[in-house]
Design a protein around this ligand. Structure first.
Ligand SMILES: Nc1nc2c(ncn2[C@@H]2O[C@H](COP(=O)(O)OP(=O)(O)O)[C@@H](O)[C@H]2O)c(=O)[nH]1
Ligand SMILES: [Mg+2]
Length: 290
């Protein structure tokens, strides 16, 4: 069962026993939203808002209550633009996040999409921690018809990025997608590493459109929220790529991230295949689950 189906099942169970928006319903709703990983704070607040709205606007019946809930969740999720800014040539996108969340895979998928749109795309193998990481990115580059700049294992990621940006300018590349190592043990390390990469982009491509995307595994639930908080403090995040939504019914994390951190989810990973990446659209998301 796909992600939307699972979430839908949870919420439709809730509404299947719906008779009226009474205290029992609100309690069950709150529990459901917490189960769906909306986060305690967000769930409690959303239910409180719905309570008020039911009273004030006299919402009756399942359809009106559903619609009220949809509107409230959408309000919670309204953050800045969810589209990637790729408006310069080249534009540079950094993918960061802990190990195994899907950084390399997401680069492959996004590269494939951009290539299909007629863009020239260059991958930068900035995860030099293991040779296998660059090999994996290279396989994706071949599948997606994108170019790749890589160096030897243990190379300085900054040096690989420098090479990639030089190549991008020389070859008239539209978008550079840069992989990074997941092993950035602590904040000081991460900050130093990202500051360095950022400086290289500033120097080599001043004025370039840039994105720093935090990749999060949706199946880790509330842990993802903790990661997002930490990365937000250290890196100037411009968006989230939420992966593995196909493997969980707990997509409520999307709302929690948007609300608590004010960072938009820009892309959603819904499988391991090359086509399994979607632009994230809050409205259809909420409509699908409620
Ligand atoms: N089911 C599913 N698996 C995914 C998704 N994105 C990545 N993966 C898998 O997660 C694993 C780790 O991905 P990888 O890109 O190597 O993570 P990285 O360490 O962050 O670069 C691989 O087995 C991927 O196939 C997704 O959206 N859905
Ligand atoms: Mg990787």
């Amino acid at each position: 069962m796909g992600f939307f189906d699972k979430l839908k099942k949870i919420t439709s169970n809730l509404f299947s026993s719906f008779t009226e928006a009474d205290e029992e319903f609100f309690e069950e709703l709150e529990e459901t939203l917490i189960l769906a990983d909306l986060g305690m704070e967000t769930a409690v607040e959303a239910v409180e808002k719905l309570r008020k709205r039911v009273k004030k606007e006299g919402l009756r019946g399942q359809d009106e209550v559903r619609e009220g809930l949809r509107e409230i969740l959408l309000e919670e999720m309204t953050v800045s633009d969810t589209e990637l800014d790729l408006s310069t040539k080249p534009a540079v996108v950094l993918f960061i996040g802990v190990n195994g969340v899907g950084k390399t895979t997401s680069i492959g998928k996004l590269g494939n999409q951009l290539k299909k749109e007629g863009k020239r795309v260059l991958f930068c193998a900035g995860d030099t921690f293991r040779a296998a990481a660059a090999d994996q990115l290279q396989i994706w580059a071949e599948r997606a018809g994108c170019e790749i700049i890589r160096q030897h294992e243990g190379a300085d990621p900054g040096a690989v990025l420098f090479d990639a940006l030089q190549a991008a300018k020389a070859r008239n590349v539209d978008v550079v997608l840069c992989d990074t190592a997941g092993r950035l043990h602590n904040k000081a390390n991460l900050m130093a590493e990202l500051a360095k990469l950022s400086k290289i982009i500033d120097r080599e491509c001043p004025g370039a459109a840039r994105e720093t995307l935090l990749v999060l595994d949706a199946t880790t639930g509330q842990n993802g929220l903790i990661q997002a908080r930490q990365f937000k403090e250290t890196a100037g995040l411009t968006g989230i790529v939420l992966t593995k939504l196909d493997g969980t019914a707990k997509g409520g994390i999307v709302v929690a991230i948007a609300k608590e951190l004010g960072i938009p989810v820009k892309l959603a990973g819904v499988g391991e295949g090359i086509d399994d990446l979607r632009p994230f659209d809050a409205r259809s998301y909420v409509e699908a689950i409620i």
